[in-house]
Design a protein around this ligand. Sequence first.
Ligand code: C5P
Length: 293
Amino acid sequence: MREGTSKINLTLDALFKRPDGYHELEMVMTTVDLFDRIDLYQTNKSITLESSSGLVPQDERNLAFRAAALLKEKTGCDKGVHIYIDKRIPVAAGLAGGSSDAAATLRGCNRLWGLGLSDAELAEIGAEIGSDVPFCVYSNTALAQGRGEVLTALPAPPTCWVVLAKPNHGVSTADVFGKLRVHAITDHPQTSRMIEAVKKRDYEGIIRHLGNVLEPVTMDMHEDVRQLKERMLRFGADGVLMSGSGPTVFALVKQESRAVRMVNSLRGFCQQVFAVRMLGVRRESVLDDVRTK
Ligand code: C5P
């Protein structure tokens, strides 16, 4: 059993649009205790996939399927795998759910097929699947640059409660980036200040330097994201930010009682609301066995 852990952005800055169409980014990313469970069963040659959620494709369009296929192609491995994904991370949410399933599949198949690749090698393969996949291979806390695949490890931020709320619709990352006008950004996050705060385990500093240049873009497309942020601040969040390209908004809260109150108050406004702990480091699965069919 493997776990695909969701990430949140403490910062997301876009520096310029690159000739390849991607944006040059600077992001401080970390993980929270919300994960998909992934079971891998060795089969003969083929790759098959099944999921508990009807919201994700169960074929080669699924990033986990693509991860297994690419790993086979790169290594010449002639074994197969059946992938079962028990989906808990909201889909199209800005939490890297699909990317983390792909990363968990890379790590799991590496072990299942006895390939012996390092995390760095898996991350390099993962970068061909999606910009967030390399981060998800490590699933700790990092500064991500380039397309998102150039990673510098950071220590875990101080622990706190993270209330995540996803409006009842998804967004397409490509759509949000497509509407971003990098030259028009006036409010860039202070990435180096965030890094400093994380290194010092300075909770107040982290709250002060939360920032995401995609937030106003997604808010202009979906008014409910703006309303959600306002509500969370009104309900006593220490800090609130949209994660990735959204539409999930997260609140950082020190007090458990306040996190619980916030979850209850948000339930009428959106269906998917969670209160989880900040993780910041990879949660190694206790059941790290791989069953063989
Ligand atoms: O790499 P990934 O497939 O996750 O990216 C999805 C889309 O998000 C890309 O097609 C691109 O439009 C946009 N993107 C971007 N700059 C990045 C990462 C993603 O413009 N650094």
